[in-house]
Design a protein around this ligand. Sequence first.
Ligand code: NDP
Length: 286
Amino acid sequence: MATIIDGKLIAQQVRSALKEEIAYLRDKKGLQPGLAVVLVGNDPASQVYVRNKKRACEEVGIASFAHELVAGTTQKELLALVERLNRDPAVHGILVQLPLPDQIDETRILNAIAPDKDADGFHPVNVGRLATGTPVFRPCTPWGVMELLRASGVDPAGRHAVVVGRSNIVGKPVALMLLAAHATVTICHSRTPDLAVQVGRADILVAAVGKPRMIAGDWIKPGATVIDVGINRLPDGKLCGDVDFEAARQRAAAITPVPGGVGPMTIAMLLKNTVEAAKRSRGLVA
Ligand code: NDP
């Protein structure tokens, strides 16, 4: 029976360490890290995410600046706000909550964020830095996956990692991070034939698809580490991952639950990126 990888606990440890570091930066260096969170429109899920991010900032001592704009905001208005935040010295990290309304070109907005304030790690400059092995700001969810592995004592070096999903926010960056950690990496997607065979070769499996329990328990290699990024809502309102958890835990050595696995890590790593950005603004990191 697999060990459960407790994302809530590991995220809490990341946040506690950050809290101490932030207190030191504020008291000894006069540096108050700040994160601007921009929300356009009134999508209820996005409102919850923004509220959670604000609360998480407050808990660790990061100043949060919430900008809530009406659904009809134009691209020009949003660009003007991003440019103002780029110039604001109290703001070290900028996060624009996705998705944005149809009249706004998401790529255009993400590319307008100053790469050195890119707390989400989505700017092409930061994607390029990650791809070339010199990461500065890493996308938060994939970085959270790597932190879960590290905290669980799973070293990807020399292991076969299989990533199911190739999105820009999860699949591709997590594959790059696993590669940088010296795993042999296979990336699967909707056109991959024999997914079960590929999954069965994984010492480390990362599932980032968005389809409830699509990865069957008997596909899993005995002794594998399973990281389930998927968050799916079932008709009864409960959440589940992309992996059939109950069956998979019979074969895996370690597995993340949903909820309580990868989910809590995303915000923790966002806070870490913000502190990194604040330190960089003062030349406190190499
Ligand atoms: P996307 O929809 O952007 O990507 C899904 C990927 O899964 C695509 O690459 C797609 O392939 C692939 N896929 C779809 N169907 C299959 C299939 N039958 N077999 C193999 N691959 C398939 O999703 P995201 O990456 O944004 O998110 C994935 C999941 O992770 C979602 O459940 C999301 O809610 C969750 N998530 C959780 C986060 C957190 O924990 N904080 C943060 C971000 C996401 P193709 O490219 O060929 O279409």
